[in-house]
Design a protein around this ligand. Structure first.
Ligand code: NDP
Length: 473
């Protein structure tokens, strides 16, 4: 069944930036194409960079032409899309710029006799978020108090830098918008393979019965990137890997694996279960933290642009988490993530326990235990490793795998995470967005680690390796 989307105006703050150009605009182009929306949308870029409607369209056209999406400025369909893009130039703190933005939204909407539903997207660095929200709050027509139309606001990750700043941002948002109008992004939640974990666990009977400490020995979550910090030194020096990756993607993946079945697939049912996991994560004291966390920094990090020459910021972390509940008692969940590692890989491995009785003698068995491997990227697949008898006279056990791969099982292409998230926000579905209490609980976990390890120095590691060392995986 085809979804019906309301008319909308998407306002992108920081529209000249990397996220807008690489992810948001290509996702919007796809969304408009798939839903065949011709006139019922507008995109307004906002930022300090000097553009007018025309030059901004030209800039985007060049970007699209360079992108792999195969869309060129000359493509007639792109031309139609391009004509719906507008630009308002202004400073983020300048009240009059928000007035100009309001005029751009409302005037055009009135001319076209369409309702000006507005989706504000904060695609700006985190230090600018509060400034934008304050100005939206105090500009009638741009805050959440609207009549028949809706206004919603999407805030990019990272949402704050610690519990205190996240609370302050939540407080600020609540002054202008209701929680149902606030969309905190973690784009991992919208990835096809992450969505598929719900299907795999709750649409099937075979695994859910053994999804617990009785059968699972440990869980490993790997989020590896094979590139450094590029030009993001200023941001990274304040954030570091734990805040940048583990606070959001890492712990969200952990919760998706660890949570109990929600009552339904509706937003609060899922987010309630996740919150229970975040609350149940064991808070380690200093000594325990030192035995459960490895921090690393890639060689050459301190020579990156805008990085201090004596920086102790971590670009790698491996952390052992325990969950205080019946299902996961004493099962370690290891999250390992890093920059400039050997390859780009996001993967969850569930290591099952060995059979209690060793029926096969060691010399006959080259297989250790079952393993379920959920790969999120670069490939979208699930492998189940098990032991099988090698053909021949003797009973010799070898590891083999059963494999599911999206590419071979389905012909249709999945939606990009940003496409899905934009669609969700327009439709008003917050399932794949992070709720206020969840984001605050996540910061409590991370603040506890950061405070406990504040004097810990990261271990240097060579780029394009697997980091300094992993915990005893
Ligand atoms: P950029 O550094 O490219 O910044 C985006 C735009 O914000 C800039 O072009 C600039 O536009 C404006 N801006 C306002 N204040 C500042 C400032 N103090 N320093 C730099 N730029 C400023 O960021 P990204 O587009 O990469 O990311 C935006 C947000 O999205 C961040 O919160 C990031 O963490 C998040 N994100 C980004 C991803 C990506 O792939 N890039 C992926 C996931 C999340 P102007 O000068 O015109 O005002």
């Amino acid at each position: 069944m085809k979804l019906v989307l309301d008319n909308f105006t998407l306002v992108i703050f920081g529209a000249s930036g990397d996220l807008a150009k690489k992810k948001l605009l290509p996702a919007l182009y796809e969304l408009v194409k798939i839903h065949d929306i011709k006139d019922n949308f507008r995109i307004i870029g906002f930022g300090r960079s000097v553009y007018n409607h025309e030059t901004f369209r030209n800039y985007l056209g060049e970007t699209f032409a360079q992108a792999k999406s195969g869309v060129a400025c000359t493509d007639p369909q792109f031309k139609g899309f391009c004509e719906k893009i507008f630009y308002v130039q202004g400073d983020y703190e300048e009240a009059s710029a928000y007035q100009r933005l309001k005029e751009e939204i409302t005037l055009k909407a009135q001319n076209k006799q369409v309702c000006s539903n507005v989706l504000f997207y904060l695609a700006t660095p985190p230090q600018v978020s509060a400034l934008i929200i304050k100005n939206l709050n105090k500009t009638p027509g741009l805050n959440g108090k609207t009549g028949q139309c809706w206004n919603k606001v999407i805030v990019e990750k990272p949402f704050g830098t610690d519990l205190k700043s996240a609370r302050a941002l939540n407080h600020l948002l609540a002054q202008g918008f209701l929680e149902k109008q606030i969309y905190r992004i973690d784009h991992y939640l919208a990835k096809e393979t992450v969505q598929n974990i719900f299907a795999f666990r709750f649409a099937n009977t075979f695994f859910e019965q053994i999804w617990n400490s009785q059968c699972i020995d440990n869980v490993q979550i790997m989020i590896a990137e094979d590139f450094g910090i590029f030009e993001r030194g200023r941001y990274y020096e304040k954030a570091g890997l734990i805040r940048d990756i583990i606070q959001n993607h890492g712990l969200q993946l952990l919760a998706t694996i660890a949570m109990d079945a929600p009552k339904s697939d509706r937003e609060d049912a899922i987010r309630d279960q996740k919150l229970k996991i975040f609350k149940a994560i064991h808070r380690m004291k200093e000594k325990e933290l030192r035995n459960s966390v490895v921090l690393g920094q890639y060689e050459g990090y301190t020579q990156e642009k805008n990085v201090a020459s004596d920086s102790q910021v971590e670009t790698y972390a491996a952390i052992k988490f325990l969950i205080n509940n019946q299902r996961w008692s004493n099962v370690p969940f290891y999250i390992c993530a890093g920059k400039n590692l050997k390859k780009n890989l996001t993967e969850i491995v569930l290591n099952f326990r060995k059979p209690k009785y060793e029926y096969f003698k060691e010399k006959n068995c080259n297989f250790e235990a079952n393993q379920l491997v959920i790969q999120i990227q670069p490939e979208e697949k699930i492998n189940l490793k098990f032991g099988a008898k090698r053909p021949g006279e003797k009973m010799i056990i070898e590891p083999v795998k059963m494999a599911f791969d999206y590419k071979t099982s389905f012909t249709q292409k999945g939606l990009s995470a940003y496409h899905r998230l934009l669609e969700d926000a327009i439709l008003g579905d917050q399932t794949r967005y992070v709720r206020k209490d969840c984001v605050e609980e996540l910061w409590k976990i991370v603040d506890n680690i950061k405070t406990g390890l504040k004097n810990e120095k990261p271990i240097p590691y060579k780029p394009k390796t697997w980091g300094p060392k992993v915990l005893d995986f």
